[in-house]
Design a protein around this ligand. Structure first.
Ligand SMILES: Nc1nc2c(ncn2[C@@H]2O[C@H](COP(=O)(O)OP(=O)(O)OP(=O)(O)O)[C@@H](O)[C@H]2O)c(=O)[nH]1
Ligand SMILES: [Mg+2]
Length: 328
């Protein structure tokens, strides 16, 4: 018996053949099954479609729970720290990212240009900080890997478009951060957090400050948020305020730089030892070598000491910029 398939069916079949992913195939197959003429002549074919569907559904279930999209959010940390850029569509995240890091991320005048996180290194004085460009934040539709990316980062930067109701943008972002149980800002309120929440130091950048109507946006943004957030007007296009941005990013990281020297020689300022804030001479020695730390007798400090070359013990807390001579 002839099947007498309709042109609509043949069209759906062509779509099925073109489909690449399993969900796409299932969708096309569903259409085919719905519109196939239901008579004796198509009985066998209908049976085939049904078993094909069963196979596809099975395949879909077998997929690993960590999807490719989620894996893309596992960005390996490099350099002194990792800082994530986030914001609504088209605000200029990628433009800032490419200008700050010289890495490549597509910039375009339409929204949703960036599809997955992209890391790049930003040089600040003698160290490298990793920035991560991200796809735009969408209301109620956060990618499942996003919260972890933010939680694991050392800090984040919220990018706003000053010419497009920045207060509203900020409200949307704060709502999404709340949903992720992440609090950010300038003032560490970590001790006030409920269980399951995290606090991250974060900075607000008001982008497109080169445009005429940006200053009004900056004013209303400051009126509303300047108590809890450090707000910097910037222009990715003109690289405006970039040194300031780097400085403020660095100062919000929980790290400090010290330099080691050997007796009678100057310290090498191009090779900082990067440590967590609150670190001691012991930590400096450990960063040089495990054995060194074990054998350490005392150290001399230039910088935070009462006088240059002051003798200090293992538990002495070092400060940003200190030069340290370790004696074993
Ligand atoms: N005038 C001006 N335009 C900018 C500036 N930064 C970005 N733009 C423009 O804004 C548009 C969006 O820039 P992107 O960098 O792609 O924005 P994005 O936030 O990464 O966008 P998505 O990836 O879609 O979220 C582009 O047309 C840019 O040229 C800026 O500092 N000044
Ligand atoms: Mg982008």
């Amino acid at each position: 018996m002839p099947a007498n398939l309709t042109p609509q069916y043949l069209e759906a079949e062509a779509k099925f053949k073109q489909a690449k992913s399993v969900p796409e195939k299932i969708k096309a197959l569903e259409v085919m099954m719905a519109i196939i003429p239901k008579h004796k002549g198509t009985e066998r074919l209908r049976g085939q479609l049904k078993s094909r569907m069963a196979k596809l559904k099975e395949e879909q279930q077998k997929r690993p729970t960590v999807s490719k999209a989620e894996q893309a959010y596992n960005v390996k940390k490099e350099g002194a720290a990792q800082v994530v850029l986030l914001g609504l569509p088209n605000v200029g995240k990628s433009n800032l990212f490419t200008h700050l890091t010289h890495a490549i991320s597509e910039v375009a005048d339409y929204p949703f240009t960036t599809q997955k996180p992209i890391p790049g290194m930003m040089r600040f004085e003698n160290l490298q900080i990793q920035l991560v460009d991200t796809p735009p934040i969408q209301m109620d539709r956060i990618e499942s890997g996003f919260p972890n990316l933010l939680r694991n980062a050392n800090g984040f930067i919220i990018v706003l478009d000053l010419t497009d109701d920045p207060v509203f943008q900020m409200e949307v972002i704060l709502e999404e951060l709340n949903r992720m149980k992440i609090r950010g800002g300038d003032r560490d309120s970590a001790d006030l957090l409920e269980q399951g929440w995290v606090f991250k130091k974060a900075l607000l950048l008001g982008n497109k400050a080169d445009l005429k109507d940006s200053m009004n946006g900056l004013r209303v943004l400051e009126d509303r948020f300047k108590n809890e957030w450090m707000i910097l007007p910037v222009s990715a296009k003109e690289e405006m305020n970039f040194e300031e941005v780097k400085k403020e990013v660095y100062s919000r990281l929980d790290i400090l730089r010290v330099y080691t020297k050997i007796p009678g020689k100057d310290a090498d300022r191009s090779e900082p030892v990067i440590l967590k804030k609150g670190s001691t001479i012991d930590d400096v020695a450990l960063s040089v070598h495990k054995d060194f730390a074990a054998k350490l007798k005392y150290a001399r400090v230039w910088g935070s000491g009462k006088f240059d070359g002051q003798m200090v013990k293992r538990d002495y807390r070092v400060s940003e910029g200190d030069v340290i001579e370790l004696h074993i």
